[in-house]
Design a protein around this ligand. Structure first.
Ligand code: DGJ
Length: 728
């Protein structure tokens, strides 16, 4: 077991291979955070809790309880109880008052990791991890919080979650239920977040932490393009290889809060969880609320180690079937938008099949009267004028070409101009007094209503049964606004957004269980819901509507900091790029898309012949590297943000081979020849550049570096495949 309770010192200790997480009880009651960092051996550490501002423990100065809570590093602080910092728990009683101060009542050790009811979460058996469950209770109101801490035995991960139970006799209203709280002394740490916007997702930001509060959040009902549900505290000088990192990543797809506070005594408190705005959950006696999981990761070897730990966690313990071979696809969205019929699609498909593409994906516009983005969502009937032989006819033609057939749907939505909306206007999420805001001319269905969830399921399963469809792109193109449900009583209106998420998760689970061979790709106008929650159902997620190779560098750098390449949807598109008008070499576009799931999104019949000719070679290159890209260790070598060169590599875990990708943005004259130092190789090994036959020592590649040697022009890329060879 990697979990301990030291009865004498009242200390809990959780160990992972290189880290320890320690908590202790003050006065036998108050669960406090002692330490999270490089692994420690002993458990005699409760004295560390007493190092704060005095008066520090209730016994020392019984009249000064308020000072105690004001300073104490609580593990799961409650609101309105003298801890004036960011709270995890807020509970109102029938009196309308926030009234809760839970204290330790017991704990249990569980082998493996229990599933979270209704929510996606990482998983593991007793060979992977063990779980400590600590129960806190407020004896007056009957609020009970079961805090769960899972420590992985082979990964430096602590997964946290909580269940809040109403063990009292009257109803309670939970208006704050965050997933994790972490306390650290401030030692100059920086705050690392991913922020952005539509078509600019995943931008890394490293900021100094001043007194007060900083962080990222979403109140959009989706995890959002604007921020990733993640934060990390890093030592001030952090690099890819050096420095400490404490990361928190939320396994949730809705509104969230990820915030750090630097307090009056230079303590840091970082919290992450469901955003309390628009959240209030009524708990009847005996009912429980499952709080989403937060993944905690610590690295003592810079950002790169955090990245590889998260990649291993998500590949091994979250994503279903991460290693299944992903088909190289062609998607018709940027090729045709809404302007297609069966003949045009088949022309593209025929050409794509001849070039070696394996899956044809029909995007938006195949149903109802959907000729622009303003209508028919909810009416999932194929448009026979566009597709006279229906989806099944088209799918059969595509199959006859030797390709699989995939389809786009946006099941969570309804267009005001649709039969569905005319029949059930109250099925849209809305407040009582006004029509909801239109966004892309559509409304959001109130999925939390059982009849709506069932309708949506029937639509999806009918379509999937109607033709041989092996891939589904599940899109979602607007945030949630006007939160309100015609089906809920007034004191449950704060449940709309979370109920929506629970229904979404049920639908996606049902989908992958009913159609186990379906490849599901989630999408939310690009990366608007790229989060670990969605990843639990779809092994790949469309990363951004921006397909320009240069723009993609920073988007994919940020995304790959947390997520394995095997789940980052990336396509080669046409030039000039539809969003930014940039022209980049076809091969550069392919090299960048290979840091993802790799596919094409262009009219392959209309691109220049010299580009078309390159496609079979690109697909062969991707196929040859596919297994390595899916399961290898990812290293960020250089970032275009720091001056023009972007570089990353993926190395086989045993160091036997590696693929290095180098991309230069703008070329500058008269510059020193650049080398990039590699990682993850065998220092004693000899490596051969497969393309040139040139040999290098593993130690030289890691200490001196690989020559960049890109042609003197803008937007050039080069991929170098290295294989360890026997030297006689
Ligand atoms: C937004 C997606 O991100 C695009 O790829 C495309 O599927 C459109 N929606 C279709 O409406």
């Amino acid at each position: 077991m990697n979990l301990f309770y030291d009865d004498q010192h009242q200390v809990f200790k959780l160990d992972t291979p290189h880290t320890s997480y320690l908590m202790a009880l003050a006065d036998g009651k108050w669960l406090g955070h002692v330490y999270y960092g490089p692994r420690l051996e002993g458990t005699d550490v409760a004295w560390a809790l007493a190092l704060g501002t005095r008066p520090f423990t209730p016994e020392v100065l019984p009249n000064e309880q308020a000072s105690f809570f004001d300073c104490y590093p609580q593990e799961y602080p409650a609101a309105n109880a003298g801890d004036f910092r960011e709270a995890c728990l807020g509970v109102r009683t029938e009196a309308g008052q926030r009234d809760c101060l839970p204290a330790y009542v017991g704990h249990a050790f569980l082998p493996g990791k229990p599933a979270l009811e209704g929510l996606p979460a990482t998983s593991g058996g007793p060979e992977d991890c063990n779980t400590l469950q600590i129960t806190l209770e407020d004896c007056r109101t009957g609020v009970r919080a079961e805090l769960c801490y899972t420590a992985f035995t082979h990964l430096d991960i602590i997964a946290r979650s909580a269940r809040v139970i109403n063990a009292g006799s009257g109803p309670l209203w939970l208006d704050r239920a965050l997933s994790a709280c972490l306390s650290l002394p401030y030692e100059g740490q920086r705050l690392l977040t991913l922020q952005g916007s539509w078509a600019r997702e995943g931008q890394m930001q490293l900021a100094e932490i001043g007194h007060g509060e900083q962080g990222v959040f979403s109140t959009r009902g989706i995890s959002s393009h604007q921020a990733q549900p993640f934060l990390a505290l890093t030592s001030p000088d952090v690099t890819q290889e050096r420095g400490e990192v404490w990361g928190m990543h939320l396994v949730y797809s809705g509104s969230f809060l990820a915030r750090v506070q630097r307090d009056q005594h230079d303590g840091l408190r970082a919290v992450i969880g469901i955003h309390p705005q628009d959240f209030c959950w009524r708990l009847e006696p005996g009912e429980a609320f499952q709080v989403p999981e937060a993944v905690l990761v610590h690295s003592g070897e810079g950002l790169g180690r955090m990245t590889r730990t998260l990649h291993d966690l998500y590949r091994g313990h979250l994503i279903r079937e991460p290693y299944r071979q992903r088909p190289v696809l062609i998607n018709n969205w940027e090729a045709t938008y809404f302007d297609f019929d069966e003949a045009r699609l088949l022309k593209i498909a025929r050409q794509a099949a001849a070039l070696g593409v394996e899956l044809f994906v029909l995007d938006d516009g195949w149903f109802g009267e959907r000729h622009t983005d303003s209508g028919s969502l909810g009416d999932w009937e194929v448009n026979r004028r566009k597709l006279p032989h229906g989806l099944d006819g088209l799918a059969e033609e595509i199959k006859a070409l030797g390709m699989q057939f995939g389809l786009w749907m946006e099941p969570e939505m309804v267009s005001p101009d649709s039969e569905l909306y005319r029949r059930h206007p109250d099925w849209a999420i809305q407040t009582a007094s006004r029509l909801p805001l239109r966004c892309r001319d559509q409304y959001v269905l109130d999925l939390g209503r059982p009849e709506v969830e069932e309708y949506v399921w029937a639509q999806i399963s009918n379509i999937l049964h109607s033709a041989d469809i092996t891939y589904l792109k599940w899109d979602m193109n607007r945030p949630l606004t006007d939160l309100g449900s015609a089906a809920l009583p007034p004191d449950r209106q704060g449940e709309v957004a979370h109920r929506y998420l629970l229904a979404l998760y049920r639908l996606q689970r049902r989908l992958v269980e009913t159609f186990p061979h379906l490849l599901l790709e989630n999408c939310c106008s690009g990366g608007g819901r790229f989060d670990p929650g969605m990843l639990a159902y779809s092994p790949q997620i469309w990363a951004s509507d921006d397909t320009d190779a240069v723009e993609r560098l920073s988007i994919q750098e940020g995304t790959a900091m947390l997520y394995p390449l095997s789940c980052i949807g990336a396509h080669v598109s046409d030039c000039p790029n539809h969003l930014v008008g940039r022209n980049t070499p076809f091969d550069t576009r392919a090299a960048v898309a290979m840091a993802g799931t790799f596919g094409y999104e262009l009219d392959v019949t209309r691109i220049p012949e010299e580009e078309r000719r390159q496609i079979p070679g690109q697909i062969a290159r991707y196929r040859a590297q596919h297994a390595l890209l899916q399961r290898g260790d990812y290293y960020r070598l250089a970032s275009a943000r720091d001056g023009g060169l972007d570089a990353w590599m993926v190395a086989e875990k045993d160091g036997s081979r590696a693929l290095v990708t180098l991309v230069r943005v703008l070329c500058r004259p008269n510059r020193r020849r650049r080398l990039v130092r590699l990682h993850g190789l065998d220092p004693a090994g000899c490596y051969e550049d497969v393309a040139t036959g040139r040999r290098y020592g593993g130690d030289a590649l890691m200490q001196i570096g690989l020559p960049v040697d890109l042609p003197e022009a803008d937007f050039q890329a080069r991929q170098v495949e290295l294989r360890r060879v026997e030297v006689k």
